[in-house]
Design a binder for this molecule. Structure first.
Ligand code: HEM
Length: 506
C-alpha cells in the first residue's frame, strides 16, 4: 500500500517536472496545469468553446492544454487565427483522427479526415473543380426550391390544422427535413421522405448511420490519448466495425441503384454520385474514397444548415424589429402576391446581413474542425510542435469586444457600415473556416440558408407562444462538435400572404 503510494507520488513528480521542463524550454503557449496522466481532460466543461473563451481570459488569447499526453492549442482572436490559417496554413492542415474516426474514415481516404498530402490535394481539387462549381450549384437549384416550398406547405398545413389550437411548432423538425432531403437528393439523387414527411426504411437507416457516426466520432476516450491506458478504456471494436459495414452496405446499394438507373435511361444527372462515377477513373478514386466523400457530404451538410437557420430564427423572434425589416425588404423585392425565387435572392441585401450576423454569434461549428500540426510551427511567438492539435475558437472571434461594437447585440446594420466577408477572407468572421481546409460547401450552404429564411419570413410572421417572453428563450448551446440550441425553438407562425401561395404547384 505504502509502496504504491510512494510510487504514484514519484511518477506524478516525474510527470510534473517533465511538463515544467517542456513548458519552459519548448516555449509552449501558457495554459492550465495538467494533471498527471490524464492532462486537463477533467477541467474541460461540456460546452468546450465557452470553456476555452473563459480560459483565454485567464491565460491569454493563445493557450495550450493536454488531453492525456497530447498537446492541444487554442487560438481566440483574429490575428492568431490568421497565423494559424494563413501564415501556417500548410503546416497546420492535418487532421487528428481518433481510433474510431480512423476506422470509420478507413485511414482518412475521404476528404474531411484526410491528412494534408497528395490524396487530400486530389480530392479537394475534385470538390472544387467538379462538385461545388457554380454551374452544378445552379443545376441543383430546383431541388433546393422544391424542398423549401414543401417546408412552407407543411408548416402551413400544421399551423392551420383544426386540432392545433395553440399553433405552436417546433421549427427544428421542419428545418431538419429540408436539410436532409436536400443533401440526399444532391448526393444520391434520391428522396427518402414521402410528401407526408414519413421517412422510408432506407432513409431511417441513413439517419441512424449518420447519427451513430457523429456520436462515435465525437467521443473523447482517454485511452485514445494515453496509449498504455487503452486496456482500461477499450473501444467497442465490434460496434465500430458494424458501423463501417452499415455505411458500406448503404452506399453500395445507392451506387448499384444508380448504375441500374443509368443503364436504363443512359442519362447523366447533376448529383454527386453521378459525378463521382463519371470521374472515378480520371481522378483514380478507390470505391472507399467515393463512399467516404458521399458520407462526408451527408455528415457535414445536414446538421450545419438546420442549426444555422434555427439560431437565425431565434434571433428574429427575439428581435421583431429586424424580422419586420426583412419582411419589408421581401415585399419590396417579391411583392406580397408572389413567392420567393432563388435567382432574386441576391437582391435581399438586408437578409444577407441577417445571415452573417447570425453566423457571427452562432457559428454551428464553433471550434471549426480540429487541425493537427504536420510540422513544427510558430504561432503568437510560441512553438507548436508537430502532432499538436490546433483549434480556432471561431465563436470567441465573433464576440471579441475589441473588434465588434456591442458584440452581444444582434444588429445586422453593422454590415451596412462595413461589409465583412464571411467566406474565409476576413479573420474576424470565420464560420466556414479559412485557408486550404475552408468549407467547400460554403456557397451551397449560404444559398440554402438564405433561401430557407427568405421563404419562412415571406410566408409567415413568427412570434413566441402566449406567455413566453423573449428572455425565456434559452440561447445556450448543446455540447458537441456541431452546436444546436440546447432547447429547441418553439414558435407560432401566422400566414401573411394570400392563401393560394401556400400550396405546392407542380
Ligand atoms: C452553414 C453551414 C455550414 C457551415 C457553417 C460549415 C462550416 C465548416 C467548417 C468550419 C469546416 C472546417 C474548416 C476547417 O477545418 O478549417 C467545414 C468543413 C467541411 N464542410 Fe462545411 N459547413 C457548412 C455546410 C456544409 C455543406 C452544405 C457541405 C456539403 C454539402 C459541407 C461540406 C464540408 C466538407 C466536406 C468539409 C471538410 C473540408 C476539408 O477538410 O477539407 N459543409 N465546414
Amino acid at each position: 500500500m505504502v509502496l504504491t503510494l510512494v510510487l504514484s507520488i514519484f511518477v506524478s513528480l516525474i510527470f510534473l517536472c517533465d511538463k515544467l521542463y517542456h513548458q519552459l524550454t519548448a516555449k509552449l503557449p501558457p495554459g492550465p496545469w495538467p494533471w498527471p496522466v490524464i492532462g486537463n481532460i477533467v477541467d474541460i466543461t461540456p460546452v468546450r468553446f465557452r470553456c476555452f473563451a473563459e480560459w483565454a481570459q485567464v491565460y491569454g488569447p493563445i493557450f495550450s492544454f493536454y488531453v492525456g499526453s497530447r498537446l492541444n492549442v487554442v487560438v481566440n482572436n483574429a490575428e492568431l487565427a490568421k497565423e494559424v490559417l494563413k501564415d501556417n496554413d500548410q503546416n497546420l492542415a492535418n487532421r487528428f483522427r481518433t481510433k474510431p474516426l480512423n476506422i470509420m474514415s478507413k485511414n482518412g481516404v475521404d476528404l474531411i479526415w484526410a491528412d494534408y498530402g497528395p490524396h487530400y490535394v486530389k480530392v479537394r481539387k475534385l470538390c472544387n473543380l467538379e462538385l461545388f462549381t457554380p454551374k452544378r450549384l445552379e443545376a441543383l437549384r430546383p431541388i433546393r426550391e422544391d424542398e423549401v416550398t414543401a417546408m412552407i406547405e407543411n408548416i402551413f398545413k400544421d399551423c392551420t390544422k383544426h386540432g392545433n389550437v395553440s399553433k405552436i411548432l417546433m421549427l427544428r423538425s421542419y428545418l431538419g427535413s429540408v436539410a436532409f432531403n436536400n443533401i440526399t437528393r444532391l448526393a444520391f439523387g434520391k428522396r427518402f421522405m414521402n410528401s407526408e414527411g414519413e421517412v422510408d426504411e432506407q432513409g431511417e437507416e441513413l439517419k441512424a448511420i449518420v447519427t451513430n457516426g457523429i456520436k462515435i466520432g465525437g467521443k473523447l476516450s482517454l485511452g485514445e490519448f494515453v496509449p498504455w491506458l487503452r486496456w482500461v478504456f477499450k473501444d467497442d471494436d465490434e460496434a465500430l466495425e458494424a458501423q463501417v459495414r452499415r455505411l458500406d452496405k448503404f452506399t453500395r446499394t445507392m451506387m448499384e441503384e444508380y448504375t441500374l438507373a443509368r443503364k436504363k435511361t443512359g442519362e447523366t444527372k447533376q448529383h454527386f454520385v453521378d459525378a463521382l462515377f463519371t470521374l472515378q477513373k480520371e481522378y483514380d478514386l478507390s470505391d472507399d474514397t467515393v463512399i467516404g466523400l458521399l458520407s462526408d457530404m451527408i455528415a457535414a451538410g445536414t446538421d450545419t444548415v438546420a442549426i444555422t437557420v434555427e439560431w437565425a430564427m431565434a434571433e428574429l423572434v427575439k428581435n421583431p424589429r429586424v424580422q419586420q425589416k426583412v419582411q419589408e425588404e421581401l415585399n419590396r423585392v417579391f411583392g406580397s402576391d408572389c413567392t420567393v425565387n432563388e435567382s432574386d435572392i441576391s437582391k435581399l441585401s438586408y437578409l444577407q446581413h441577417v445571415v452573417k450576423e447570425s453566423l457571427r454569434l452562432h457559428p454551428p461549428t464553433p471550434l471549426m474542425l480540429p487541425h493537427m500540426a504536420g510540422n513544427n510551427a510558430k504561432v503568437g511567438g510560441y512553438n507548436i510542435p508537430k502532432g499538436s492539435i490546433v483549434h480556432v475558437n471561431v465563436w470567441a472571434l465573433g464576440r471579441d469586444s475589441r473588434i465588434w461594437k456591442d458584440p452581444l447585440q444582434f444588429w445586422p446594420e453593422r454590415y451596412m457600415k462595413e461589409d465583412v466577408d464571411m467566406k474565409g477572407h476576413d479573420y474576424r468572421l470565420l464560420p466556414f473556416g479559412s485557408g486550404r481546409r475552408v468549407c467547400p460547401g460554403t456557397n451551397l450552404a449560404i444559398n440554402l440558408v438564405t433561401s430557407m429564411l427568405a421563404h419562412l419570413l415571406h410566408h409567415f410572421v413568427w412570434s413566441l407562444p402566449i406567455g413566453v417572453e423573449v428572455e425565456d428563450i434559452d440561447m445556450m448551446e448543446s455540447p458537441g462538435t456541431v452546436t444546436y440550441m440546447q432547447t429547441p425553438l418553439h414558435v407560432v407562425p401566422t400566414p401573411r400572404l394570400p392563401l393560394h401561395l401556400y400550396t405546392h404547384v407542380e
